[in-house]
Design a protein around this ligand. Structure first.
Ligand code: RB5
Length: 140
């Protein structure tokens, strides 16, 4: 799978950990920054990830900021992006099954470090269920 990831300064360390985790599984990772804990603006990074997901250069995207809220707000302004802000494995699975989310948003300040890998794994390994959910997504 090709997965593009990015963060702001608040999510930098979690994003680097996610990069290592995904590469260790053999995924192709496109890491679009940021590259340190120096302050940056999260919408710039949400836009870069969304560009690659919308153009189908990447299969899925992952965005990390302090709360995940700003990233999800920025990403969901895009017409072809369905970004799910998830804090646990259950919501990560459900946002794929029901919402066909193509971007996962995570909050580094509000999610335990040890929860991140299971959440990411649930997101990338769960398929959209289609059916009744397809009809609802068409109403977006
Ligand atoms: C950055 O200070 C912080 O606002 C950002 O990481 C995020 O939490 C925004 O939603």
């Amino acid at each position: 799978m090709i997965i593009t990831i990015a963060s702001d300064h608040g999510g930098y360390q979690y994003k680097e950990n996610i990069d290592n985790y995904l590469r260790a599984q053999g995924h192709e990772v496109i890491n679009l920054g940021c590259y340190s804990e120096q302050s940056v603006d999260y919408p710039d990074f949400a836009d870069m990830v969304c560009d690659l997901v919308e153009s189908t250069t990447a299969d899925l995207g992952i965005l990390v900021c302090g709360t995940g809220i700003g990233m999800s707000m920025a990403a969901n302004r895009r017409s072809k992006i369905r970004a799910g802000l998830c804090k646990d494995v259950e919501t990560a699975k459900l946002t794929r099954q029901h919402n066909n989310a193509n971007v996962l948003c995570l909050g580094a300040r509000v999610t335990d470090k040890q929860s991140i890998e299971p959440i990411v794994q649930a997101f990338i390994s769960t398929d959209f269920e289609g059916g009744r959910h397809e009809k609802r997504l068409k109403k977006f």
